[in-house]
Design a protein around this ligand. Structure first.
Ligand SMILES: Nc1nc(=O)c2c([nH]1)NC[C@@H]1CN(c3ccc(C(=O)N[C@@H](CCC(=O)O)C(=O)O)cc3)CN21
Ligand SMILES: CC(C)C(=O)C(=O)O
Ligand SMILES: [Mg+2]
Length: 295
């Protein structure tokens, strides 16, 4: 058990078994880590599952308590957590530090870390060196990288080497400078390319594939064509799993969020309100009170 999970124990005392101790990825009562084998079983059962991004131990521990079975330490940390404009400047050192924190904050979720831009494009050997750092130094259970056919050699070497790989096709944000943030797979030629990309990553040994910002019908077609699960973001309802950026669904992201986001809370308003209330109390002399003082 991690320090954080030990601090909240008592909640989960059931025995270990398949899928983190339960029968399903979400709602399972057990405490052991979810594995990529559990993910494969979920597809066989036709079970849908949720994935959220997290970038710190505190948030990750909340999502773990909520039973989120798979967490992504996304390179969206660049714009959502570290103050960059895009994911492009994020370094492997940064991803390693954030991923280690998310692993420490969780006890049940499978933790997947994004390989950042520049840490795998040189080729399979660079990809293996980068992924090995995330596995050994941060303790993640899997890595994710962008690209279909263009990344198949990287996926192959990682999978052969014992590192589970989640692929990511459709809109690949690390290519913003060549692609922009546009819907992918529109039109017959682009749809055929997406299907080739999906088959290529499955054949290379990926255990799952993210489909980002592709037409819902095409995402359904890809999902039916593959044995591995598809994880949709802006890809409609037919994928095996859904992922959202944690800060987007919590209402914490500053500025615009993509239109595929559903906001489940308004934590920015809650946090702003608390900070304002504290400031008012200090200025007015209302805080601290006697009970907050020592003598
Ligand atoms: N906060 C946040 N949420 C995300 O989902 C996310 C990130 N950051 N950073 C990394 C990538 C980048 N993503 C993005 C970024 C922009 C759009 C975007 O501008 N989409 C347009 C639609 C474009 C179109 O219709 O062609 C939109 O209006 O939402 C989409 C996904 C998804 N990821
Ligand atoms: C949007 C998801 C799939 C991602 O790659 C990220 O958060 O970095
Ligand atoms: Mg990413």
């Amino acid at each position: 058990m991690t320090q954080l999970s030990a601090a909240r124990s008592g909640a989960s005392g059931s025995t270990s078994g398949p899928s983190g101790g339960g029968k399903t990825l979400y709602g399972g009562k057990g405490t052991r880590r979810i594995t990529v084998r559990d993910i494969a079983t979920a597809k066989e059962r036709g079970e849908k599952w949720p994935m959220l991004t997290a970038y710190d131990a505190m948030t990750a521990s909340v999502f773990d308590e909520a039973g989120i079975p798979v967490m992504l330490v996304g390179d969206s940390a660049g714009n959502c957590h570290l103050g960059y404009e895009t994911t492009v400047p994020v370094t492997l050192d940064e991803m390693t530090m954030l991923s280690a924190a998310v692993v420490r904050g969780t006890s049940r979720a499978l933790i997947v870390a994004d390989l950042p831009f520049g840490s795998y494009q040189e080729g399979p050997v660079q990809a293996l060196r980068s992924a090995t750092r995330l596995v050994k130094e941060a303790g993640v259970g899997a890595v994710k990288l962008e690209g279909g056919e263009r990344s198949h050699r990287q996926i192959e070497l990682l999978a052969e080497s014992g590192i589970p790989v989640m692929a990511h096709i459709g809109l690949t944000p690390q290519s913003v400078n060549t692609m922009g943030y546009r819907v992918q797979g529109r039109g017959e030629e682009a749809a055929q390319q997406l299907l080739r990309d999906a088959k290529a990553v499955q054949d290379a040994g990926a255990f799952a594939v993210v489909l980002e910002l592709v037409p819902a019908e095409l995402a359904g077609e890809v999902t039916r064509a593959l044995q591995i699960p598809t994880v949709g973001i802006g890809a409609g309802a037919a994928t095996d799993a859904q992922v959202l950026v944690g800060t987007d669904m919590l209402g914490l992201t500053s500025g615009r969020v993509p239109k595929f986001v559903k906001q489940y809370a308004d934590l920015r308003a809650v946090m702003r309100g608390a900070a304002e209330a504290f400031a008012e109390d200090v200025v007015s002399g209302t805080f601290p009170e006697e009970s907050h003082s020592v003598h």
